[in-house]
Design a protein around this ligand. Structure first.
Ligand SMILES: C[S@@+](CC[C@H](N)C(=O)[O-])C[C@H]1O[C@@H](n2cnc3c(N)ncnc32)[C@H](O)[C@@H]1O
Length: 290
């Protein structure tokens, strides 16, 4: 009798396990995943978009790099302080991504950071198939959020995406002001998402604004605040809520100069938790939650 019960509960356990495997979390989200468009063997895209930072003579840098890229094999990229060549530039082979990026880019910076956007899109593709919401700390104009959402179903995007920002700037803030900051930015971003009920635009200062609403489980976390204390505060509040396999992208981690303080603070924070941030050539940092 005891043996029969034991065998039954073992069988039930196995069956439950199989059912779980057959229906992974957020399986319904898979129908919103864009199909990868086939790359052509004999076509290698180039990207030359001379928007960059940290020089006292933009024209001189642009001219010299124009002449340099003429001498390079195809697959060159120059934008967003990243010069490389002989690469596939995979983002331009992914037609649904190109459509989302083009439809949403509003400024020259949005155009230039296409590689960064594709890192976000690929992370989001992965995270769509996990339990948990999406979060961006530092939503600004909402272009980053909307590019990702439009890549993954647009208005039918099946997850809740939380975007936090103050949307205004004042001198007490450590980050630099953006050209779009001001009294009406919050309203403009809300209007941008008027037909996207799953996008929650949260106005307020991090970390205090989290008290107004914050998901318990997070699959995708993009932290882009341009300052160390608020980024560390975001990690303190949100990282433990990330689900295993969830992806964190730190937008400024691998940028030096004024952004270096962020990396130094984040390295210490992650060292205590036995994580290493993967520095990406785009200037971002990537962490996969265990
Ligand atoms: C570089 S922008 C974000 C760009 C955006 N992620 C994108 O992909 O287009 C940085 C934003 O962080 C916001 N920010 C900085 N510190 C903040 C804080 N403590 N609380 C809320 N927002 C903050 C700024 O208002 C600014 O809009």
């Amino acid at each position: 009798m005891i043996l029969t019960k034991l065998l039954r509960s073992l069988a039930e356990g196995l069956f439950r396990g199989r059912r779980l495997r057959a229906q992974p979390p957020a399986a319904g989200a898979q129908r919103f995943l864009p199909k990868h468009s086939a790359a052509e063997m004999d076509r290698t895209p180039n990207f030359f978009y001379p928007v960059f930072w940290g020089t006292d003579d933009n024209n001189a840098v642009t001219e010299s790099l124009e002449s340099v890229t003429k001498r390079l094999t195809p697959g060159y990229h120059f934008a967003d302080n990243l010069l490389t060549w002989g690469r596939n530039l995979s983002m331009f082979d992914d037609a649904p991504f190109v459509a989302a990026w083009k439809a949403n880019a509003e400024s020259p910076s949005d155009q230039a950071i296409v590689w960064r956007r594709y890192v976000l899109a690929c992370a989001a593709y992965h995270c769509m198939q996990l339990e948990g919401d999406f979060v961006e700390c530092g939503a600004y104009t909402g272009v980053g959020i909307k590019t990702v959402v439009d890549y993954l179903g647009g208005q039918a995007f099946p997850k809740t995406f939380w975007g936090y920002d103050v949307f205004e700037h004042d001198d007490t803030m450590l980050n630099h002001a953006g050209p779009e900051h001001g009294k009406d930015l919050y309203q403009r971003v809300c209007e941008k998402f008027a037909s996207y009920p799953q996008i929650r635009i949260m106005k307020g200062r991090i970390p205090q604004v989290f008290a107004d609403g914050c998901p318990d489980r997070i699959a995708y976390l993009h932290v882009d605040l341009n300052q160390a204390p608020a980024e560390i505060a975001s990690l303190e509040y949100l990282f433990d809520r990330m689900v295993p396999g969830g992806i964190l992208i730190l937008d400024d981690y691998e940028w030096s100069g004024v952004y270096r303080e962020q990396k130094l603070a984040e390295d210490l924070w992650f060292e205590d938790r036995k994580y290493r941030v993967m520095p990406l050539p785009t200037g971002q940092g990537l962490v996969i939650k265990r």
